[in-house]
Design a protein around this ligand. Sequence first.
Ligand code: FES
Length: 289
Amino acid sequence: MLERTARPLRGLGNGLASAVDGFYRLAGGPGRLLQDLLNGSWLGHSLHALVVDVVVGGTTVVLFLDILRVAFGVDDLAIASTWALGLATLAALAGIASGLTDFKDTPPDSDERDVAVLHGALNIVSSAFFVASFVARMGDAHTTGFWLLLIGYAMVTMGSYIGGHIVFKYGYMVNYNAFSKGRRAKSFTAVAVAADVPEATPTKVMFGSTAVMIVRRGDVVHALKDTCSHAGGPLSEGELVGDTITCPWHRSVFRTADGAVLHGPAGTRQVSYAARILDGQIELQGPRD
Ligand code: FES
C-alpha cells in the first residue's frame, strides 16, 4: 500500500539521491566529515533516529502546553511553548539534514527509496509548518500558532510512522550483520594457502559458509567479514589504502586490523577475526566479539 502510493516519486527520489551524493563528493574532505557527523558513524548508529526523537517529543510537549494554556487560562505557558517549539524546529532541521544524508545511499529504483521520499516529503512540509507556527507565536499570534502546529504535528506523525516502516520492513541503517554473524570457530581453522594470497590485496576466502576478506602483508594477516555492516557490500572488492578498506558500495572505511569504522555511512564495527599463518596456511579464529 505505502509502496504503491510512493512509486510515482521514484524519479524524484533517484534525482535527489544523486544530487545529495554529488554535493558530498564535491565538498571533498570537509564534506566527508559532515557526512560522518550526520550519518552518526561517530555515535555507533544513525544520528537521524536521535534527533527525530526531539522533534516528536518536543512538538508533543508544545501541543500539551497549548491545551493547558487554553483549558486553565495560564497565559505564561505561551512563552514555554514558544521556546520548546523553537528547540523542536531546530531538531527538525537537523532531522532533514541527517535524513537526506542517510537517504542518498538507499538502493536506486527500489521500493525502499520510494517510501523514503514520501517519509522525507511529509517531514519537510511538517517542518515548514513548525517554522510558521514559531514565527506566529513570536508575533503573539498564539492561536494561529496552535493551528499551524496541529497541522504539522499530524504530518510528522504520519512521516514518523513511515520512517518506522523503512527501518522495520527494510532494515535500513540497521547493522547488516546483526542477524547473521556467520561461522564461529574457537580454534584456528585453515582457509587458504598463504602463497596463493597476493600481497596487500583484498582477497575473499570462505570460512565455512561465511565469506571473509583477508589482507596479507608478509606474515601478518588481517581478516574482516566480507559483508559490509552498512548494507551488505563486498569488502573484498573494495579499495585497500594503507591499513584501511573502503567499501565499494557507499565508501564506508574500516580499519583492517579490527573492523573499526573510520568513515560512514556504516555505524557498526565490521566483524573481525584473529588470523595467523602456520605451516604455510592462513588460519582464522573467531569472530572477535
Ligand atoms: S554497503 Fe554501504 S558502505 Fe558498504
